[in-house]
Design a binder for this molecule. Structure first.
Ligand SMILES: Cc1cc2nc3c(=O)[nH]c(=O)nc-3n(C[C@H](O)[C@H](O)[C@H](O)COP(=O)(O)O)c2cc1C
Ligand SMILES: Nc1ncnc2c1ncn2[C@@H]1O[C@H](COP(=O)(O)OP(=O)(O)OP(=O)(O)O)[C@@H](O)[C@H]1O
Length: 345
């Protein structure tokens, strides 16, 4: 995969969701074949990040579906249960909509999305399977990871699912978890890596670069005087933002991606701002993106953010970071649709 394809894949470029069938407490997305209320193979889980473990599980389920000549349906929950059940930031690897777009891009045939509420969370595993799952997704075979939890507080596991399968006539496959470096691949592990700024390690477990979305806001206006104009991107507190620091990134707007030197978090040399923020110097860009939604793709951590004693020192450090990006990621924008390098705009 070349650089441009990798950026496109990372931000799920081009993956669109059709209008879902609204079922009251769930939505059903038909993607590749008519699978609503049809015999199918299904996979169950939250799938935050759609990491390499999730993709491994999907690949096994897909083979099963092909062998049985039935569609593959992913069953998931929105919002992420941790957002509903626990206080504090959920540290999402993907927003809810992006999670569904990732499943669609991967190639499942349909997605059942349960609206996750406290009432929904209180259902037992049996109530869930009999009253919520099987009426929409009459599965002949269900695949989960061995750690999958079912019912109130996820207390019931794949053993209950297997018993329900025997009763209702579907097979249950609880798979050993995919590991890397002797440790299971999980969304929690990837969040921890990002929290330590280890964006390259996170990328190897995600199978793509991590990105965050945000809206470009007006900044303090000081950067322009330095010769380093920056786009100030306001981030969503619910998202998993890599540890404060300076990173080599791509910033994507629509179908265009610019190499960028990015400072995440407070600029320690200046007054603090409210809300999570990143500041990006886009190479090969002039103009403004105020009010635009952009995606910032994290390729490599370059250094910690520091409080510099002089403006001169700060400028020199930032110049060095921009040079690194220019040499390694390029100096002009890329078109994600055509894969071509665009002229400076
Ligand atoms: C690549 C890069 C690295 C940066 N590193 C630091 C830093 O280490 N310490 C700091 O105080 N500010 C750092 N900044 C923040 C700049 O000070 C900030 O972007 C500049 O003040 C422009 O902000 P403004 O346009 O909102 O005024 C960095 C900015 C960029 C783009
Ligand atoms: N490494 C893995 N290998 C195989 N299956 C997995 C792996 N990780 C998760 N799964 C399975 O994929 C489905 C979705 O996983 P889910 O998002 O709930 O877990 P997770 O990635 O471990 O997240 P978290 O760390 O937040 O618990 C579940 O059936 C789960 O058991």
């Amino acid at each position: 995969m070349n650089k441009v394809e990798r950026i496109a894949q990372s931000v799920l470029f081009g993956s669109q969701l059709p209008t879902p069938l609204e079922l009251g407490d769930a939505d059903f997305y038909t993607l590749h074949s008519d699978c609503f209320k049809q015999p199918c193979v299904c996979v169950l889980g939250v799938f935050d990040g759609l990491h390499e473990g999730h993709q491994g599980l999907l690949a096994i389920a897909k083979k099963d579906a092909e062998a049985r000549k039935v569609p593959l349906v992913a069953v998931t929950f929105l919002p992420d249960p941790v957002e509903v059940l626990f206080d504090g930031s959920p540290q999402r690897l993907l927003s809810g909509e992006d999670r569904l777009r990732a499943l669609a891009a991967w190639g499942v045939d349909g997605i059942l999305v349960h609206h996750f509420t406290r009432e929904f969370a209180a259902l037992s595993g049996t109530q869930y399977v009999e009253s919520k799952l099987l009426p929409c997704v009459p599965a002949v075979s269900v695949h989960v990871g061995s750690d999958f939890g079912l019912g109130a507080q996820g207390a019931e596991g794949s053993a209950l699912l297997a018993a329900l399968g025997r009763q209702h006539g579907f097979e249950v496959h609880a798979h050993e978890l995919f590991c890397s470096g002797g440790e299971k691949i999980s969304a929690t592990r990837i969040r921890n890596l990002l929290g330590q700024g280890r964006v390259e390690d996170a990328a190897s477990l995600l199978g793509r670069w991590h990105f965050v979305s945000g809206v470009v806001k007006h900044g303090r206006g000081q950067g322009t005087g330095f010769g380093f104009p920056t786009a100030n991107v306001a981030l969503d507190v619910r998202d998993c933002i890599p540890q404060d620091g300076v990173y080599a990134c791509y910033v994507v707007h629509g179908a265009t991606a610019w190499p960028a030197a990015v400072n995440v978090g407070k600029a320690p040399s200046f007054e603090s701002q409210t809300g999570p923020l990143l500041e990006a110097n886009l190479l090969g860009f002039s103009g403004n993106l105020y009010g635009s939604q952009v995606q910032t793709v994290f390729v490599k951590r370059l250094r910690e953010s520091k409080k510099f004693d002089s403006l001169q020192d700060l400028k020199q450090a930032v110049r060095g970071n921009i040079d690194w990006v220019a040499q390694n990621l390029g100096t002009t924008s890329y078109n994600l649709e055509s894969g071509e390098v665009e002229d400076d705009n």
